[in-house]
Each structure stands twice: as C-alpha cells, then as structure tokens.
Design a protein around this ligand. Sequence first.
Ligand SMILES: *Cc1c(COP(=O)(O)O)cnc(C)c1O
Length: 241
Amino acid sequence: MHSSEPLIASLTSVQARIAQAARQAQRDPQSVHLLAVSKRQSAQAIRALYQASCQVSAQPIIAFGENYVQEALAKQAELQDLPLEWHFIGPIQSNKTREIAQHFTWVHSVDRLKVLKGLAQAARTHAKSLQICLQVNISAEASKSGCAPEEVATLVEAAQAYQDVLCLRGLMCIPAPSTDREIQAQAFARLANLQHQLQQAYSHWPWDTLSMGMSSDLEAAILQGSTWVRIGTALFGARDA
Ligand SMILES: *Cc1c(COP(=O)(O)O)cnc(C)c1O
C-alpha cells in the first residue's frame, strides 16, 4: 500500500485549477464536472484516487473515463465494490457497441451513424439508457476521430428514433494540441457555438453538456463553457507508453 499523499496533492491542485477557472468565467465551480481519465492506469490506481477523494471532499470522484473496452471491463470487474460511474471516451469500433452499451453509463465519443444505431440497439437489449455526447472534429484534423461540424445535424436527426434509450446530452471535442491560449479558446468556442445552434433547433434534448478540456487546456475549456473536463495526466501522472 503506497502513500496517498501524491494523489491528494494532484487532486487538490486539479480541483483548485477548475475552481479558479470557473471563478474567472463567473461560473459556479459545481457546474464543471471532473472526469478522471484512467486509461492505462491500474484498477489499484483508480481505487487509490477514489479513496483519496473521499479523504479530501464530501463529493468523492466517482466518474472515470476509459478508452479501451477490454481494459476497462477488466478493471470494472475488480472495482465492483465501489459506486463508480463509467464513461467511454475513446474511438469506437462498431463491433464494440454492445459491450460499451452494457458496461458504461456515458459515451462521449459517438461520431457516426453505425455507432449510434449499434449503441441504441444494444441499450434496448439491456433495457438501459445511455447518456450520449457527439464527438466533433473541431480542428478539422485529417487523422482524427469525430464527425465534421456539418454532419452533426444528421446524427441528431437519426437519434430521434432512439429517444427511448439514448439521451443526447451534448458535444465533445479533442482540439489539435496547442500551447497558445487564444487558439485553444477558438476551438472550444466553435464547439460551444455549435451546441448553441443545436439548443435552438432541437430543444427537446437537454444539450447541457460540453465535454472539453484536458490536463493542458482545462482553463481555456472552462472559460468557453465546458461542463466535463477529462483529466488524466494531471491526476495520475504520466501514463506508461
Ligand atoms: C487520454 C485522454 C484524455 C486525458 O488526457 P490528459 O492530457 O492525460 O489529461 C482526455 N480525453 C480523451 C478522449 C483522452 O483519450
């Protein structure tokens, strides 16, 4: 059993960064949720972060984000005694939609019709509902996942048929990496604008979620309205390659 001090320090530091950015944006810090990204971290590391969060806060960290289905299922099996909420945030192969629908509460990375349908059909089979974000390739990078901004409306139209099992909560993006705050802000603002248009056009969905901001750009994301920051490195330290 190793010391929980480094985890408590990184957790406290991330929470302080979130609170400060929220204050700067004149937003309630409670409106920004922290998703702990645990890809390539052990089940033991997840348990340690959960326990550290119980020590420092009345609201423990229960939301964990995973990118790889098999890796996530193995860890979920080891952590069944904890009240965790699992978010899928990685690229989705269409043959994995069944397992994702069965084992996750949120899916942040829906970017095409086949995946949307696969998740909906599997959710019906398991009689559960899924919280969905549509991933948008906001920086128009050739090699990246996410649909083009122009394709979002088609996905939303298709989702109408699955309102019994899918809840469209919002949009997610991973902008092209940049250390320039202004460039970071522009990408996040584009996603927020797109969400605003969807709120007008499809007002029967909640559209209360912007999943944007990671360890290096969470401040810029919160200033542009992020409601879920997805943080790996700043909580757990560097991942093994
Ligand atoms: C790995 C990952 C993160 C976390 O990135 P860090 O820079 O380690 O905070 C967030 N979102 C997605 C989709 C990821 O794959």
